[in-house]
Design a protein around this ligand. Structure first.
Ligand code: SAM
Ligand code: SF4
Length: 349
């Protein structure tokens, strides 16, 4: 089919029958109602588990979808069941006038929930405008509570101050719930798991500890510094007994726990140790307009060029659903299964 691109020499996934009309569902019967949209591949940080220090070959401006083009994809998908959108990157706030895109997405009546993933470096100056434009929720990446460690992990000295101001601005602007994502790495921040968890007793933060996933450019970190969610939870339990809870609105793959009476929750996201793909309800749109049925693997469908030629998108969307794999095939410490991806910043994480 036109528009189908193979990356990384990964075998073609079988094409399974999917509904040809009505709400989007894949060949395993999973309803897809959630789209993660990457608006840029660029970033103002260089997190050690994500992007190489020297950056990556950036997309050219003409390769990147304009906001109106993104909104068009959202409108088509909303007509067949899309209900939730997350804006991500790279770092989404490095793209100019993001509130304009939020307003376009908010104007699509079926969209019930718009959220943002950000490293918060630029959040202080944009929080109010994003809230006014209609962002409901933010996820902030915060890998340490100690400024010198944030500098070391993000490889951008001086970023910690801006990140903490950004988080405070998000709270003031009324984003709720605030989810804090922390990628846990041995020897860099694994001794802070209990400190992060303790914060949830007082503040309504939903702290989610993430297992590092292997991509082409982080194989050292993902092989040598991997910490399993089970170990993270053991450390959290040194703070106090935990009970399983349902978690905040919009919960996806995370499993949540809370200390009795706590204001927030503690979650773990376990792509490596406990695969949660059977509950997957999402697809991803890259900054250059590739629709990806899975974060990993080599499959994606080029929506951008057909969109620019004025061709219908729904058949391409249905096709992408038909090739959505049952699960990812990541292998710890190896780029087998990442489908040629160098960094999650290339597809939106
Ligand atoms: N720049 C934004 C941020 O950092 O939140 C949005 C994009 S980032 C790719 C989205 C999420 O992916 C972040 O929470 C980040 O920590 C996470 N991430 C990136 N690379 C990862 C990896 N190799 N393993 C696990 N999580 C990763
Ligand atoms: Fe940038 Fe986010 Fe990747 Fe860090 S995780 S380098 S903030 S895209």
């Amino acid at each position: 089919m036109s528009g189908l691109v193979q990356l990384g020499g990964v075998p073609v996934a079988p094409v399974r029958p999917v509904p040809e009309s009505g709400p989007m569902a894949d060949g395993f019967g999973r309803r897809v109602e959630y789209l993660r949209i990457s608006v840029t591949d660029k970033c103002n940080l260089r997190c050690v588990y994500c992007m190489p220090e020297e950056g990556l070959p950036w997309l050219r401006r003409d390769q990147i979808l304009r906001y109106e083009e993104i909104a068009q994809v959202v409108r088509v998908m909303a007509g067949v069941g899309l209900r939730k959108v997350r804006i991500t990157g790279g770092e989404p706030l490095v793209r100019r006038d993001l509130p304009a895109l939020v307003r376009m997405i908010r104007a699509v009546p079926q969209i019930q929930d718009v959220s943002l993933s950000t490293n918060a470096v630029l959040l202080e100056e944009h929080a109010d405008a994003l809230r006014d434009a209609g962002v409901d929720r933010v996820n902030v990446s915060l890998d340490s509570l100690r400024p010198e460690r944030i500098d070391a992990i993000s490889r951008r000295p001086g970023s910690a101050d801006a990140i903490f101001r950004g988080l405070a601005a998000a709270e003031r602007a009324g984003f709720a719930p605030i989810k804090v994502n922390c990628v846990v790495m041995r020897g860099r921040n694994d001794d802070e798991v209990a400190d992060f968890a303790a914060i949830t007793r007082e503040r309504p933060w939903h702290v989610r500890f993430i297992e590092v996933m292997p991509t082409g450019d982080n194989l050292g970190v993902s092989a040598d510094e991997f910490v399993s969610a089970d170990e993270m939870l053991q450390n959290v339990r040194t703070v106090g007994a935990l009970e399983p809870v349902g978690g905040p609105a919009g919960n996806g793959p995370a499993r949540y726990f809370a200390f009795p009476g706590a204001a927030g929750t503690v979650g773990v996201i376990t792509p490596m140790s406990h695969n949660y793909c059977e509950r997957c309800n999402r697809m991803r749109l890259t900054a250059d307009g590739q629709l990806r049925p899975c974060l990993f693997g080599g499959l994606q469908t080029n929506l951008r060029d057909p969109l620019r030629r004025g061709e219908p998108l729904e058949p391409l969307i249905r096709h992408t659903l038909a090739i959505k794999p049952e699960r990812h095939w990541l292998v710890q410490g190896s780029d087998t299964g990442s489908g040629g991806l160098r960094a999650l910043s290339q597809v939106g994480g």
